[in-house]
Design a protein around this ligand. Structure first.
Ligand SMILES: [Zn+2]
Ligand SMILES: [Zn+2]
Length: 258
């Protein structure tokens, strides 16, 4: 069996950090902001539409469109070929395991708890059961396997990809005692609609605080929306300049490069 460090080495030189909080960066999703704004449109929408949002949203790395991590995050669940899916499944499991062992405590600290007794995933309405991310977290990653509980399932209604609603999901368990902290993991963060809707559903079912973790934060260097091009390019340059470092995450690194 390859070692975790060997599998993670496949990404060396291919991944970039998500920038920590700072000027021009959304304090919730750590994406680039339009100049003169203090929070991005999607994160503002999530806060205004949902009864609760995640206490913290953490990311392992930037999933830059068409680059290695973004490609693996697609192939690991979508390729028709078992062999093609297997390598990124192992690689992503190794990255997740290594990152959690170094930085899960950063998410706990940001959420105001010591640890997360429960780990769950955002269910997919598209992929067959069990979802490959569930298999990774429940069966492959030792840091999460004994804490995994399936708490959510997709609702029967149809939602647009970016629609924010706590009724996107249905809680399969309800916690009637003291609120229990939950770490909810998803593969790719695009707008936050999925993980924030899922966090709200968990809060309504009696869990909390909810910390969200996404393996890749989707990033498009050439956004279609006018006005974002400049901020996206300067964000990308800053991430390149900061460089990848396993010992730092967007929660425990507090200074963005100039
Ligand atoms: Zn945001
Ligand atoms: Zn950290």
């Amino acid at each position: 069996m390859p070692k975790i460090s060997d599998l993670c080495a496949l990404y060396d030189g291919h991944i970039l950090p998500v920038l920590p909080e700072g000027d021009g960066i959304c304090p919730v999703c750590h994406g680039p902001l339009l100049s003169g704004t203090s929070c991005c449109y999607q994160c503002r929408e999530a806060r205004s539409r949902l009864t609760a949002t995640a206490a913290v949203v953490g990311f392992i790395a930037l999933a830059v469109k068409d680059e290695q991590l973004a490609t693996d995050l697609w192939v690991y669940k979508n390729s028709w070929s078992y062999e093609a899916r297997l390598r990124p499944q192992l690689g992503l499991a190794a990255v997740l395991w290594r990152w959690l062992s170094l930085h899960e405590s950063c998410l706990a600290r940001a959420s105001g708890v010591d640890r997360f007794p429960v780990v769950t995933t955002v269910p997919s309405a598209v992929h067959r059961y069990p979802h490959p991310l569930t298999t990774i977290i429940r069966d492959k990653v030792g840091a999460t396997s004994d804490r995994y509980v399936e708490l959510l399932e997709p609702s029967n209604s149809t939602y647009d990809e970016r629609e924010i609603s706590s009724t996107r999901y249905v809680a399969t368990h309800t916690n009637s005692g003291n609120p229990e902290p939950v770490l909810i993991i998803d593969d790719t963060f695009t707008s936050g609609a999925h993980i924030q809707s899922a966090s709200a559903c968990l809060s309504e079912a009696g869990y909390g605080p909810i910390a969200a973790l996404c393996i890749g934060r989707h990033f498009n260097r050439r956004p279609e929306k006018r006005g974002y091009m400049k901020s996206a390019e300067s964000y990308y340059r800053a991430a390149k300049q900061l460089g990848w470092n396993w010992n730092v995450c967007s929660q425990c690194s507090t200074t963005a490069p100039p």
